[in-house]
Design a protein around this ligand. Structure first.
Ligand code: KIV
Length: 275
């Protein structure tokens, strides 16, 4: 990653400085083609471990590996020139110890050129966040609904149903904030709790399924573009990508079957050489 290619890119301190200001526009990106389209519109592109489900058809994010994150992270970094790029550390690559997290995070950042990592951060993760940030690795926290906890929680469950759970999510966010996270994703909580957390932490809070009370929003890009039949109910669809693709592919198939493709003047023609 040359110094030149990093020149116009949003930095971690600039993101931090947006606390309480203009809302941060964030989306997921997993490949170069999409990153190129999103880059100019987004402050942050997250190479989320949701790529396991969105791109690789997994049932959860549990089977995602560090190698997968590096491969997708490299693709995004080749195309994104302005947005801050954050890469998720997947399940099993950071929870064991701060040292394990440092090894995973430093490898991901040096192999991709991305600016920061994200970890799903229960209160226990504060020590790891502090360890990484003290050593120059910017960390985004992720509290509330934590998809990597889907095995122990029996699925993807919104958080804050009772006082104890609300307090736990608030504690997770405060712990990540005090440990030095530069931004914190809040997923799957209702508006009152999202507002309380946003006001309680000094880092920008980025909501997903957590109302407009946060300092910014993130969505899975393919959800908001309408690539799938189903999307979480908090997702507003800004496109009908699946209908568009099905229509285009259907018309293509008809053309191929009726030999209407390719058109006569769309193919190669070579002049015959005499002799
Ligand atoms: O993996 C992911 O894409 C995420 C976002 C949805 C926040 O964690």
């Amino acid at each position: 990653m040359s110094a030149q290619s990093q020149k116009n890119r949003l930095t971690v301190p600039q993101v931090r400085a947006r606390k309480g200001g203009e809302p941060l526009v964030c989306l997921t990106a997993y490949d170069a083609a999409m990153a190129r389209l999103l880059d100019a519109h987004c402050d942050i592109l997250l190479v989320g471990d949701s790529l396991g489900m969105v791109v690789h058809g997994m049932d959860s994010t549990i089977g995602v590996t560090l190698d997968m994150m590096v491969l997708h992270g490299q693709a995004v970094m080749r195309a994104a020139k302005q947005a801050l790029v954050v890469i998720d550390l997947p399940f099993g690559t950071y929870e064991k110890s701060p040292e394990q997290a440092f090894q995973s995070a430093s490898w991901v950042l040096s192999a991709t050129g991305a600016q920061a990592v994200k970890i799903e951060s229960g209160v226990y993760a504060a020590e790891t966040i502090r360890f990484l940030t003290d050593r120059g690795i910017p960390v985004m926290g992720h509290v509330g609904l934590r998809p990597q906890a889907s095995l122990s929680e029996g699925g993807f469950k919104a958080k804050g149903r009772d006082d104890a759970e609300r307090q736990r999510v608030l504690d997770e966010a405060k712990a990540a904030d005090e440990a030095g996270a530069f931004a914190i994703v809040i997923e799957g909580v209702e508006e009152g709790l999202a507002r309380e957390i946003t006001q309680a932490v000094s880092a920008p809070a980025i909501g997903i399924g957590a109302s407009a009370a946060c300092d910014g929003q993130i969505l899975v890009t393919q959800d908001m573009l309408g690539l799938f039949d189903w999307a979480p109910k908090f997702v507003r669809r800004y496109g009908q990508m699946s209908a568009m693709i099905e229509d285009a592919v259907g018309r293509y198939a008809e053309d191929v079957k009726s030999r209407a493709f390719p058109g006569a003047n769309e193919t190669y023609s070579f002049k015959q050489k005499n002799g």
